[in-house]
Design a protein around this ligand. Structure first.
Ligand code: AMP
Length: 280
């Protein structure tokens, strides 16, 4: 059965009040739609540990630093609702824009430190947009647990930080990155790749895995990073925003691997920005 779609905060609150009264726990899965198996894995993880599951679909204008990117972002609500059928979610919250940003909305949440590097360095304002909408979705849904993908690892760390800093009583659960068979991390943006670009896109993950293997033998990024970058360019990528080894918690830059380290990459392929990260 397709889960009911709710478009207003009042409607959402009426439903969650009933669940709360019955003593049921609530899990929320914030998304921007164009759902794929990565998103569905979050909904399934929520289903396993929460009595009720809400998937939110909101293409948040505040987190787009490029108007074309916002306009071109895939919107597939009908298909999304159908895809969610198999996960058994209870409610799909697709708020109208004014339910999130009513007239006069004037608050911005900024998380410092964690937002300075990686995607924060190349997408000004992006994480302010994320950090502003996510607590709203937490408070609107009154969820006990929220499920986020490691695919957007920096985002996951930022969300953990802000929930803690703002005393929002919610457990932030990180879930593993789901990949296509050829290793490409699933992403709504993959829909924007041409057939030709789609063939070369998995090389990013392949290069990262090889780089991880080199780092595990004790090699330093300063020794092996340049060759990895060259391989990414050779595969047809036009630009690399970053290819960096960082600590998995504070995201501090590393040259050699240590426990908890992760490799992070963002690169452009024919106008589409792909990001990925893996544990080292
Ligand atoms: P988005 O719709 O891109 O904002 O993503 C919504 C949520 O799905 C975020 O928590 C993402 O990290 C997560 N997500 C996106 N792609 C994947 C993936 N391939 N595997 C696991 N989670 C993902």
């Amino acid at each position: 059965m397709i889960a009911p779609i709710e478009r207003t905060l009042a409607g959402l609150r009426a439903q969650t009040a009933i669940w709360r009264k019955a003593g049921e726990t609530i899990g929320v899965v914030p998304t921007m739609g164009a759902l794929h198996q990565g998103h569905l894995s979050l909904a399934r993880a929520a289903r396993k540990t929460c009595d009720r599951v809400i998937v939110t679909i909101f293409v948040n204008p505040k987190q787009f630093n490029n108007p074309d990117d916002l306009e071109n972002y895939p919107r597939t609500e009908h298909d999304d609702a159908r895809k969610l059928e198999s996960t058994g979610v209870d409610l799909i919250y697709v708020p109208d824009a004014d339910q999130i940003y009513p007239d006069g909305f004037a608050t911005t949440v900024t998380v410092s430190g964690l937002t300075d590097m990686l995607c924060g360095a190349t997408r000004p304002g992006h994480f302010d947009g994320v950090a502003t909408v996510v607590p709203k979705l937490f408070l609107q849904s009154s969820a006990d647990k929220a499920f986020f993908g490691e695919k957007d690892y920096q985002q996951l760390q930022i969300v953990r930080r802000l929930a803690k800093d703002l005393d929002i009583p919610i457990e932030v659960v990180g879930c593993p990155t789901i990949r296509e068979e050829d290793g490409l991390a699933m992403s709504s943006r993959n829909l924007l790749l041409s057939d030709r670009s789609r063939v070369f896109a998995p090389i990013l993950a392949e290069v990262m895995e090889d780089l991880r293997d080199q780092l595990l033998t004790g090699a330093a990024m300063t020794e092996v990073g340049a060759e990895a970058r060259a391989r990414i360019f050779a595969a047809g990528f036009n630009d690399i925003d970053y290819l960096e080894l960082r600590d998995g918690t504070d995201l501090g830059l590393l040259n050699k691997t240590e426990p908890g380290a992760r490799l992070f990459a963002a690169a452009w392929l024919a106008g589409v920005r792909l990001i990925d990260n893996i544990a080292v």
